[in-house]
Write a protein that binds this ligand. Sequence first.
Ligand SMILES: O=C[C@H](O)COP(=O)(O)O
Length: 243
Amino acid sequence: MNKTNTEAAEFVSKLIGQIRTEDKFEVIVCPPFTALEKICDITSGSNIKVGAQNAFYEDKGAYTGEISVNMLKDIGVEYVILGHSERRHIFQENDELINKKLKKVIVSGLTPILCVGEKLEEREKGLTFNVVEKQIKEAFYGLTQEEASKIIIAYEPVWAIGTGKVATPNQAQEVHKFIRDLLKNIFNEEFAKNTTILYGGSIKPNNYLGLFGKTDIDGGLVGGASLTEDFVELAKIMKEIIE
Ligand SMILES: O=C[C@H](O)COP(=O)(O)O
């Protein structure tokens, strides 16, 4: 819930031209619903893509306050974040609801970015892998391999989101490898290899290099740093790493 329509438009207008992407790397901005249409217009024909921060699983009807995937597609949105920890913990979204939303987003042809991650007390009790495994298995429930191949996963330890406490590259890599091995078990090695797994949680230009250098970390889901010039800096770092 950051940036008004006007502020988001001003910010993204500046980003275009400052951010160069390559085939191997994409930049997606996910503003609030109120700014989506304008940002889709501004980024049209540019190298920046647009995602929503949530969506509902029904097409239309008496669901006051909800936004359907068709509403998003109609204005040019291509990605949808689902299961963000704030949706799970502040708005009580459970795995069953996230699974329904995920199915809807996939069937609609949009690309879901599925967030998973443990809370601090779960990490301290040694439950990180159990939590992440349950979230992924329940989100994937009933999906075919082809459907599941559309999903981008974002590992976001809840204790690192907006706290300034970034996971160390080794802590993040350990969970990313666990996720990749889990995907291998659910489907197969090829599927696991081809799935994009992002890290999110207090990413800044001064800590991202170490994270992205790890084998199983394919990119970032950036919160606070995506609201400032730091985002341009991060994109430059990504480009240098890829080249
Ligand atoms: O939505 C973004 C992620 O939750 C990370 O947020 P953050 O970079 O502010 O910690």
